[in-house]
Write a protein that binds this ligand. Structure first.
Ligand code: ATP
Ligand code: MG
Length: 446
């Protein structure tokens, strides 16, 4: 993409309404535009990151054996009357009447609808296990939408629902979600810690939230800081191997890590003092096993192997897809702008032409662009007739992890400069070698 032809409306001034750094940088980098409280347009650069995040979420869900579908944003109220939540949900639910005076709502979540789909089509244990998910816009009429996409009213969520014949299988689905979420967040360059959350209606140890540590987070968190060093890494996971998946969950949930809702001060005292930390975190996901709450209420049953009919065991599992942009920026920025992790960056590399209009510099940039595109790596080429300083400032603000700087002086020696946004370290190398390096870096971030 050539910047002269792109739509990147960067702001020079700090927007007054933005209280936290991620919101500020998303506005300044021309990623989003607020249309109403908590409702945003996604401008081209923001949309590219949103799509990257969605893609990673999809890939990891499919890897875990979960199946995508797409449910609508608008739902009939009658489904929610069946579960009893139409009245319980309160003012966060946006209620709408259609022209026939039928009660509709903009979905804040989809337990009822997915249970309706299930009961219409599945009635035997032979069709289980089944986990269906989608990535769809939600609406919650939050009392205080704030911090940009972090607490929006309209926001994008991945929500998945497992259907299982018995409790053990449903707990395996729960564990599968935990592991797939750990891998999802790691691919985005994030450390998201599973923390025991407030226990559900069934009680017990059956819900975890995933928190990214950040001073601006809305949750207070208490943890043994050794959890921050745990990594799933590249290890092979067989999602059908119950023991392996359960073992990984154990590894990540044994050290103390809780939000204020479940904090147990006495237990926390048993953490060695040097490791005992109190901080703040951003909730980027939550998994939940709730058994037969919806299947009981809505009559979603299956025939088991011995011929009896039982309500299906369920759980639901969400990732805050649009909130993740804010969380990633909170975790990865400096005073010049965003620093995108390679896994989610809107463009893998930027090209800065120090002397637009210089024949050699223009030709070298065009050749770099072509060579990168041939590797499937689309660069953002700043081909505007601007001062070098302004071009660097834009690149730093929008946070591409790598920059190739091309100028007549370097070219006279056969070199361009490759700079890491994260470390600021630069290295001179031939244009061909720069392309090789970028390709090698992204080979590790498919
Ligand atoms: P919160 O406690 O932050 O209000 P929640 O627990 O009500 O969130 P869930 O129902 O668990 O939210 O939804 C799954 C995920 O969707 C959350 O973990 C969060 O990342 C994201 N999410 C929830 N509400 C919002 C919102 N208003 N704006 C953006 N993302 C949100
Ligand atoms: Mg939650």
């Amino acid at each position: 993409m050539r910047l002269s032809r792109y739509f990147l409306p960067v702001l020079k001034e700090n927007p007054a309404e933005a209280q936290i750094v991620s919101h500020r940088y998303m506005l300044r980098a021309g990623m989003i535009k607020q249309q109403a409280a908590g409702i945003y347009s996604w401008l081209p650069l923001g949309l590219r990151v949103l799509r990257r995040i969605e893609q990673i979420v999809h890939e990891e869900q499919v890897r875990a054996g979960h199946i995508p579908l797409l449910m609508p944003t608008l739902q009939p109220a009658d489904l929610w009357r069946e579960s009893g939540r139409y009245d319980d949900y309160g003012q966060e639910m946006l209620r709408i009447k259609d022209r026939h005076e039928r009660d509709m709502l903009y979905g804040p979540t989809n337990e009822e609808m997915i249970t309706d789909i299930f009961r219409s089509h599945v009635s035997s244990y032979k069709d289980l296990p089944l986990t269906l998910y989608h990535i769809q816009w939600k609406f919650r009429d939050e009392l205080r939408p704030r911090f940009g996409v972090m607490r929006g009213r309209e926001f994008l969520m991945k929500d998945g629902y497992n259907f299982d014949v018995d409790r053990d299988s449903a707990l395996h689905a729960y564990n599968r979600h935990m592991v797939s979420y750990l891998r999802t967040y790691e691919r985005m360059g994030l450390t998201a810690i599973p923390m025991r959350a407030a226990s559900g209606p069934i009680g017990g140890d059956n819900t975890h939230e995933f928190l990214v540590l950040a001073n601006t987070g809305e949750s207070e968190v208490f943890y043994d800081d050794r959890v921050t060093g745990l990594k799933l890494g590249a290890r092979a996971v067989d999602y059908d191997d119950r023991a392996q998946v359960e073992g990984i969950c154990g590894e990540f949930t044994t050290l103390y890590a809780r939000t204020d809702e479940t904090h147990d001060p006495a237990l926390f005292e048993t953490v060695p003092e040097a490791h005992r930390k109190v901080g703040r975190g951003i909730e980027v996901g939550q998994i939940f096993y709730f058994g037969t709450k919806y299947s009981d209420a809505m009559g979603a049953t299956v025939v088991t192997r011995d011929g009896s009919r039982v309500p299906v065991e369920m759980g639901s599992h969400g990732i805050g897809v649009s909130r993740l942009l804010g969380a990633i920026i909170e975790a990865s920025h400096d005073d010049k702008g965003i620093i995108w992790p390679e896994g989610v960056t809107p463009f893998p590399v930027g090209i800065v032409n120090l002397k637009q209009g210089d024949g050699a510099a223009d030709a070298a940039c065009a050749a770099l662009e072509k060579a990168l595109l041939a590797r499937g790596l689309e660069p953002l080429y700043d081909d505007r007739d601007e001062r070098a300083g302004a071009k660097f400032a834009t690149m730093d603000l929008i946070g591409l992890p790598w920059r190739i700087t091309v100028g007549p002086r370097g070219l006279a020696n056969g070199v361009v400069e490759l700079t890491s946004r994260r470390t600021g370290a630069s290295e001179e190398l031939s244009p061909e070698a720069a392309v090789e390096r970028i390709a090698a870096i992204y080979a590790e971030h498919p």
